[in-house]
Design a protein around this ligand. Structure first.
Ligand SMILES: O=c1ccn([C@@H]2O[C@H](COP(=O)(O)OP(=O)(O)O[C@H]3O[C@H](CO)[C@@H](O)[C@H](O)[C@H]3O)[C@@H](O)[C@H]2O)c(=O)[nH]1
Length: 253
């Protein structure tokens, strides 16, 4: 399994990239922006990894235990309050590719290791568990941590992470749903945005120290990604977004 996940990001870590670089996984290929290659080679340079108990003032995660009585039976549920979020399906009609983002996700890395070790790890062997295991391919997305219209937050994320400048009237709402129903119940609003090469204003890659790589996925590979039995680190929102796009928007082959 680990080998398969690492194959997912293999090719991304060559010292000198061909232009542009292509990452293969399970028969699919992702075309990475050569312009943001610099970020791409740095995202797995994880060192000095350690765990600490979560401080109470975390701006991102607040743990609670909820008590309630259901049909006369007293119950409790341990839960986490996290930010709501937006995610955007982006299709470049010039290149006929979906635009996704690749990044190191500490929670995914932790999830992979704790699944393997069976318990909550306290230390991590970076040789045994290469940081590439925590790299995901996802929709462009962002947390709702400011009081702005959700579609405006989506517009900003498209610009910051992927580098396309589009007005909000070109971003359409797709669905609103709850993710993490067992632990967080956070709301995510899914948008769709069609861009062209003319909308591109920078190479994306995120802000404030984020290390994000833009990934272009052609539609054949998008279909293959959803093949029965696929094992990926991508979240359900990404798989849903691709499926929605293929069902509702993709040009007929
Ligand atoms: O513990 C944390 C958590 C977040 N951040 C920062 O907050 C940013 C949040 O990034 P943003 O791009 O706004 O959101 P995402 O990390 O992309 O996550 C959103 O998009 C994901 C993919 O759909 C969803 O799974 C998440 O629930 C949703 O919040 C990060 O980059 C960090 O800079 C930290 O520094 N520490």
């Amino acid at each position: 399994m680990y080998l398969r996940i690492i194959q997912f990001v293999k090719g991304a870590f060559r010292k000198i990239p061909p232009a542009p670089s292509v990452v293969r996984e399970f028969g699919q290929s992702y075309r990475s922006n050569s312009s943001s290659y610099h970020a791409f080679v740095e995202m797995d340079k994880i060192t000095a990894l350690r765990y600490e108990r979560l401080p109470e003032d975390s701006p991102y995660v607040k743990p609670f235990r909820m008590y309630y009585t259901q049909n006369g039976e007293e119950k409790s549920w341990d839960l986490l309050k996290v930010h709501d979020s937006v995610a955007i399906i982006i299709y470049n009609s010039t290149t006929q590719n979906l635009l996704l983002v690749k990044q190191f996700r500490p929670a995914v890395y932790h999830g992979v290791i704790s699944s393997a070790e069976g318990t909550n790890p306290t230390t991590i062997d970076l040789e045994k568990y290469p940081p590439q295991l925590g790299i995901t391919v996802e929709l462009c997305a962002g947390i709702v941590d400011k009081s702005k219209p959700l579609v405006e937050i989506a517009r900003e994320e498209v610009l910051e992470e992927v580098g396309y400048n589009v007005p909000v009237d070109r971003i359409e709402t797709v669905l609103t749903y709850r993710s993490g129903v067992g632990a967080t119940g956070a709301q995510q609003t899914l948008y769709y945005c069609e861009v062209t090469n003319a909308d591109k204003v920078n190479s994306g890659g995120g802000v404030d120290g984020e290390i994000i790589d833009v990934v272009e996925l052609n539609l054949n590979d998008a279909r293959n990604l959803l093949t029965q039995g696929s094992v990926v680190t991508s979240p359900p929102s990404c798989l849903l977004g691709i499926l929605w796009f293929l069902t509702n928007k993709a040009p007929k082959p």
